[in-house]
Design a binder for this molecule. Sequence first.
Ligand code: ADP
Ligand code: MG
Length: 206
Amino acid sequence: MITLSNIHSFVLGLQAVYTEKKEYLTQLDSPIGDGDHGINMARGFDAVIKAWDAKPPIDIGEAFKTVSMAIIKNVGGSSGPLYGTMFLRMSAFVGKKAEIDLTDWTGALEKGIEGIAQMGKGQKGDKTMLDAFYPALDALKSAESKTLKEALSASAQAGTEGMKGTIPMLAKKGRASYLGERSIGHQDPGATSAVYLLEVAAEKFE
Ligand code: ADP
Ligand code: MG
């Protein structure tokens, strides 16, 4: 089961990884964007931790809502509203549960990804975070017989493959799409931050 305390470890882990990878994500966002993705993610999760400490959530739905609101209020650009919407949809799906299982996590992620696709009008192959999230979700759905840990690792691995798959893609959404053909040959920063999220989930939920 995934408990509220596991979710707390997850958000602390995200703050740590986005702080550690701030420069790298910003480097990825430089040739095909405006070089702020690492700054956005690190700032967002610093704000999440502040909000969490100021008013510790009492269930998992509230925890995802805390994450969502802090990101929406503190991160501009496209990734702020997109990740913010993702966590808001996850919050609505989970509701007042104190712990969730693999099926709940898969369902929450599915709703969250739908939110990203609706808000950004994006789809698979556009060279965005969705190219990491969709394969990760598919892996989760076909992992029902696996343990939580195995399923989450398979999901992070599928996300990583999807992320690498963005390198030869031509961007169709976001700032990178302004570059047309010149967006080819670069790994998408948002797909990379999405993989960190999946990896931290695999590390913290057991
Ligand atoms: P901005 O592009 O506004 O500077 P960020 O640099 O923080 O915002 O985030 C860029 C990332 O956001 C991209 O790498 C891409 O993965 C993601 N992104 C941008 N637009 C969309 C969209 N319409 N749908 C899904 N993801 C998107
Ligand atoms: Mg940017």
